[in-house]
Design a protein around this ligand. Structure first.
Ligand SMILES: C[S@@+](CC[C@H](N)C(=O)[O-])C[C@H]1O[C@@H](n2cnc3c(N)ncnc32)[C@H](O)[C@@H]1O
Length: 375
């Protein structure tokens, strides 16, 4: 039997035990914040604040969001989570249940949920992307994560397939409502990232397009990136390649050519192939196949050929705990379709395997990076 003294050393201090209890509860309740965000979006709260001139009271919001009169105090509780999380701001931290004194306003975070505001940001709205992330299909798949780790079929099936019986891409094809949600989410993200890349005030706005006269956005969805490039750089001939059912739903644009096809089979020729949020969806061997098709589509490095990748380089984001956590959470999220977020050495390995000679990480864009890969 161990001496009593040793056992005592294993016992946490009361302060440590309570701190651990607090931290475990905090982690367990993290999803409640996601659900609050989703509810606020579905109720149109950021938009309601914006359309009230940027500031709204509880009853003003209740009326705009169609809240049942018996749920006014519940709305206040939802808003309190949002203000505590920095998603909204309030003039009064602890407004009483039916307070008319508290005024809710947008923060920079919720300005990206309101849409329709002044300036370029007016066209930016993260709401559709959040609909892809806080999505019943994704949440249900993640709830079966532990089963998937030990499931006999796990080697051959993604978490999504185990939960839903088909791949993510098949679900989008079979379920037009889900497809519309997914494609709108991608458009929302692409508009923001392209604005960041093309703005004149950012270092080298559009620099990645220097010397590029034609570009194929492979897996380009509904073409938000190609439309943005064609608008800012009319000399760049832009083509979007995606699966037939995705291209069929894309809004036509006079300056962008949409091509239905499979990037594993063929990518139309161009000076540059862009891959945004493509390679993180696929295992290494699939990425190598896609990259080989890209290499066949572009000219030599001397003639300006390159592949432009917008994706995450794990470990590259600016040092805040938030961005570090964001990167590893996104990586785990992507596991649901057998995707992966890669560290630089993992990127380098697949570039070499696909026959490329060199690459450069050009810029960090929030939690993602822009990487150029040269034949
Ligand atoms: C995560 S989305 C990214 C969309 C877009 N690049 C963006 O970031 O907004 C992946 C895209 O790849 C497309 N895709 C999947 N498999 C494909 C294939 N075999 N050939 C072409 N596109 C494909 C999907 O339809 C989807 O539009």
């Amino acid at each position: 039997m161990a001496p009593i003294q040793e056992n005592k050393e294993l016992i946490m201090s009361t302060a440590d035990m309570l701190q651990a209890h607090l931290e475990l509860c905090h982690h367990s309740f993290a999803y409640v914040k996601s659900m609050a965000l989703r509810a606020a979006i579905d109720l149109g709260i950021p938009g309601a604040i914006q359309s009230s001139g940027g500031a709204a009271t509880l009853s003003g919001l209740a009326s705009k969001a169609g809240i049942h009169p018996t749920k006014l105090s519940n709305l206040r509780r939802l808003l309190r989570v949002l203000t505590t999380s920095g998603i909204l701001a309030a003039t009064d931290d602890e407004p009483p249940a039916d307070s008319e004194t508290a005024v809710y306003t947008l923060t920079p975070v919720s300005r990206l949920l309101a849409g329709g505001g002044e300036g370029a940001e007016g066209s930016h709205n993260m709401t559709p992307l959040i609909g892809v992330i806080i999505n019943p299909l994704a949440v249900a798949a993640h709830l079966s994560m532990s089963e998937w780790f030990t499931d006999e079929r796990a080697a051959a099936m993604s978490l999504f397939e185990v939960a839903h019986g088909c791949t993510r891409w098949d679900k989008i094809k079979e379920d037009p409502t889900d497809g519309a949600v997914f494609n709108a989410g991608m458009v929302a993200d692409s508009r923001i990232i392209m604005d960041a890349l093309l703005r004149d005030d950012s270092d080298g706005g559009g620099e990645f397009l220097q010397g590029v006269n034609s570009l194929v956005d492979a897996g380009g969805g509904h073409g938000a990136i190609a439309v943005a490039i064609a608008r800012s750089f009319p000399h760049v001939k832009c083509t979007v390649l995606d699966l037939a059912h995705v291209v069929a739903g894309a809004p036509p644009d006079a300056n962008v050519k949409f091509v239905a096809g499979d990037m594993f089979e063929h990518i139309p020729p161009a000076d540059a192939v862009l891959l945004k949020w493509i390679l993180h969806c696929w295992k290494d061997e699939d990425c190598v196949k896609i990259l080989r098709r890209c290499k066949e589509a572009i000219p030599t490095r001397d003639a300006g050929g390159k592949v432009i990748i917008i994706d995450m380089v794990v470990g590259s984001a600016a040092g805040s705990q938030e961005s570090k956590e964001m990167q590893v959470l996104f990586d785990l999220f992507m596991m649901y379709i057998d995707g992966v977020e890669r560290e630089e050495h993992e990127w380098s390995k697949i570039f070499t395997q696909a026959g490329f000679s060199d690459y450069k990480i050009k810029r960090v864009l929030g939690f993602r990076s822009i990487i150029e890969v040269y034949p």
